[in-house]
Design a protein around this ligand. Structure first.
Ligand code: PEP
Length: 262
């Protein structure tokens, strides 16, 4: 369990990335909806756009699980072939929207500027931005992670008011830690970076801080509890280890244990 300064709830969420048909999405959501989710946590699931509405329809109204979208455009509507707007993903059931994931920065032309535009558009559409930041391996090895992610997060929040920043989720996801070739960051590697992100968020929000700071990158059942020991880490953002409902529920139980709510 974390110290007495623990901030509740402990967030635990997954992006399904480019996995799951509509039927698979429905089965997953029905599984976690019938399980009793522990107290003290804020669960969230981010399906692919194609199964967002089906996930919403499978989720009972009283469920604490928030749904999100993996991306959306900053423009309101119009000539954006292949894109969806914030309003469209909200209409399909999203309450939050993932912005700036490193896979999108690397392969889909996401930049600090488009991340900032999307954060602005998300807030305007009544969605919670989940802003992902993280450094590549060479920056990590050069000992420059803090400067790198701090600059990413300042850029991402640049179009929001201080009050709006307090509603934002930030995920620290070092690129070298993500995916099947990644190695999970150790709590010692995560702590100084998350501490700096917490400091920046407090600074730009007028002292309040962002809504929650999450760590992501090869989180699994073996390392989740240790990663949650850090007082600045308010939760975990998980890929592969939560792609089955059983995995998600086991991680939710670990997060609840960290929350220390009986
Ligand atoms: C991610 O890509 O955001 C992620 C956390 O993936 P994984 O947990 O599979 O490393």
């Amino acid at each position: 369990m974390r110290g007495t300064d623990v901030k509740l709830p402990v967030w635990i969420g997954t992006s399904w990335k480019m996995t799951k048909t509509i039927a698979e999405a429905r089965a997953y959501i029905e599984h976690i909806a019938t399980a009793e989710l522990p107290a003290g946590i804020q669960p969230f699931v981010i399906p692919a756009h194609t199964s967002l509405a089906a996930a919403r329809d499978a989720l009972p109204a009283e469920s604490p699980v928030l749904l999100g979208a993996q991306n959306a455009h900053w423009g309101p509507e119009g000539a954006g072939t292949g894109e969806v707007s914030m309003r469209m993903v909200g209409d399909a059931g999203a309450r939050l929207v993932e912005i700036g994931h490193s896979e999108r920065r690397q392969h889909h032309a996401e930049t600090d500027e488009t991340v900032a535009l999307k954060a602005r558009a998300a807030v305007d559409a009544g969605l919670m931005p989940l802003i992902c930041v993280g450094e590549p391996v060479d920056v990590h090895e050069a000992g420059e992670a803090i400067e790198f992610v701090s600059s990413q997060v300042r850029a991402a929040l640049g179009r929001l008011s201080s009050t709006e920043v307090s509603g934002v989720l930030i995920a620290y996801e070092p690129i070298w830690a993500i995916g099947e070739h990644g190695r999970p960051a150790t709590p010692t590697e995560v702590a100084p970076v998350v501490s700096e992100l917490a400091r920046v968020a407090r600074e730009v929000s007028g002292g309040v801080g962002c809504r929650a700071l999450l760590y992501g990158g090869s989180v699994d059942e073996a390392n989740a509890a240790d990663l949650l020991l850090d007082a600045n880490t308010d939760g975990l953002f998980v890929g592969r280890a939560a792609w089955t409902p059983e995995g998600f529920l086991r991680l939710a139980a670990i997060a609840a244990e960290a929350a220390g709510v009986p």
